[in-house]
Design a protein around this ligand. Structure first.
Ligand SMILES: [Fe+2]
Length: 299
């Protein structure tokens, strides 16, 4: 059955964080997709095995900057960019609210949109089950990106951090509700089950077969590892832990300490900072703690 566009000319629309993507037309193995990015939203073109498509984007309004080896290139309304096929990672960032058309000669929208929409719904359901009010993942993601940028991570790492921080607790969807919502202390056996959420998260992201989510899965699996090797699931220590996972670990703890939840009143920012500093070099990588604390006015 043919898809019929709605009044806006969009066949189907998906929202993910600061990004709204809408399929305008598809046929003969080509898709035309409208993108609307809120300010400071990232959007990437990435190479993929066996992917030979032409990929083209045309800026309708706003401004996109593309990080290059020697600075930035800015794309304004009327500018375009294309590669056939994409052989490098290109990470665009919107300077202001930006709209562009993206054309691909191989259909991606349905695969991409269905997966992201399903995962978004999963994340929202987990936040609610876990006693958060629904913006925990967005906050973790924002703070993680601040730390990643301050550390000077490259665009590929920032993209991975962006995805992994948002989906870090995705695996909790497989944890029984009575364990996730238990008001008291977990038994040893329950705790062992709870600890599996980091592996489950990696598995779910791998099942998508989308390279950027599969890469984020490695980070998700490590978000409860500790600098001193006493974390889980593998007891990795300092350099064995991906830097993105070390960042999420600090930011996730900070957010958990300061957030009100059903059985836990949130502490103040100052109390949380004391707690983070106390665990510098044991739970947390000292460099990440120092970078995080250097940003305290922006937290
Ligand atoms: Fe977690």
């Amino acid at each position: 059955m043919e898809d019929i566009p709605n009044m806006n000319g969009f066949i189907e629309t998906v929202q993910l964080k600061g990004l709204t993507i809408s399929l305008i037309a598809s046929g003969d193995h080509t898709e035309i997709i409208h993108h609307k990015l809120q300010p400071n939203t990232r959007w990437a073109l990435e190479p993929e095995e066996g992917w030979e498509a032409l990929e083209y984007l045309f800026v309708i309004s706003g401004m996109l900057k593309l990080k290059t080896n020697d600075g930035f290139v800015v794309f304004k309304a009327g500018d375009s960019f294309h590669r056939s096929p994409v052989k490098e990672h290109y990470v665009f960032q919107s300077i202001e609210e930006t709209e562009f058309l993206y054309v691909s000669s191989q259909p991606v929208f349905h695969r991409y949109s269905q997966i992201t929409r399903n995962l978004m719904n999963l994340v929202i359901s987990i936040e609610e089950k876990d006693g958060y009010t629904g913006d925990h993942c967005a906050r973790i993601s924002r703070l993680s990106m601040l730390v990643g940028e301050a550390l000077g991570l490259g665009s590929k790492q920032l993209l991975r951090l962006n995805m992994a921080s948002f989906f870090h607790d995705l695996g909790k969807v497989k944890i029984p509700q009575e364990i996730l919502q238990k008001p008291g202390k977990l038994t040893n056996q329950e705790w062992e089950i709870m600890k599996r959420h980091s592996i489950y998260g990696r598995e779910i992201l791998e099942e998508t077969k989308l390279p950027f989510l599969m890469s984020a899965g490695i980070v998700v699996e490590q978000h409860h590892e500790r600098y001193d090797g006493k974390g889980y699931p593998y007891g990795l220590a300092n350099d064995e832990i991906e830097v993105e996972a070390s960042i999420i670990s600090v930011v996730d703890s900070y957010d958990a300490i300061t957030t009100d939840r059903p059985y836990h009143k949130g502490k103040t920012k100052e109390e949380a900072i004391v707690e983070i500093e106390r665990c510098r070099g044991t739970m947390y990588d000292p460099i990440i703690v120092d970078t995080f604390l250097s940003l305290r006015d922006r937290i």
